[in-house]
Design a protein around this ligand. Structure first.
Ligand code: DC
Length: 205
């Protein structure tokens, strides 16, 4: 298939956008890019003492591997390096070419529908209350045996939301033409079904 079709899935941490993006990619047979992983990889390198701009300009596929990118410390570091314009600029062209790849693409992140791919065929903004998102993240971390509390996870979620929303460059916000899916009261299967129902009619136009 040489056709391009881009689905942008934006939203705050732990709202379910990664799971929804993955399910959309599987349903439509598209490639999926978790753009948060790019920022996490830069954040992880910064924690090791590498200059963030330099890290973003020299990222390799290998840098995106590994479970340690999923932890809360790297998440905060990712959110911090993500305010740096040089870092965002360095990661832009990779994301744009991925979005335009033949065969269709789903990208999830914070600025896909607003900055990376304003011409995306479908835009979703997946959100949920901070308390619900913290509960989900806490359950994930507890299952992995991480030593943290729900209060700490909620504080982290709120801190990251604020930084991601208040930054000057590409702040987290729904694109004007994004469809908002609030997953606070939705089971994940229902959220996925809602997302597919938004995209399906756009495919056949
Ligand atoms: O989606 P995530 O939680 O893995 O993202 C980690 C951080 O990376 C997030 O707090 C902000 C930043 N990020 C961003 O600024 N722009 C994106 N498109 C994706 C992530």
């Amino acid at each position: 298939m040489t056709e391009t079709f881009t689905i942008a899935v934006d939203g705050p941490a732990a709202a379910g956008k990664g799971t929804i993006a993955k399910a959309l990619a599987e349903h439509f047979g598209f490639a999926h890019l978790d753009t948060g992983l790019l920022y996490r990889a830069v954040g992880a390198k910064h924690l090791l003492g590498v200059d963030p701009a330099k890290a973003s300009q020299t990222l390799t596929a290998e840098d995106l591997q590994g479970d340690d990118l999923r932890g809360p410390e790297v998440a905060q570091a990712a959110s911090k390096v993500a305010v740096i314009p040089e870092v965002r600029a360095a990661l832009l062209s990779f994301q744009r070419s991925f979005a335009c790849r033949a065969g269709g693409a789903v990208l999830d992140g914070r600025d896909i529908g607003t900055v990376i791919c304003p011409q995306a065929n479908a835009k979703l903004f997946v959100t949920a209350s901070p308390e619900t998102r913290a509960d989900r993240r806490f359950a994930e971390l507890a299952a992995k045996g991480a030593a943290t509390s729900r209060a700490q996870v909620l504080a982290d979620v709120k801190e990251r939301d604020e930084r991601d929303q208040d930054r000057v460059e590409a702040p987290l916000k729904p694109a004007e033409d994004a469809i908002v899916i609030d997953t606070t009261e939705l089971a994940i299967d229902d959220a996925i079904a809602a997302a597919i129902a938004v995209v399906e009619p756009l495919r056949v136009r």
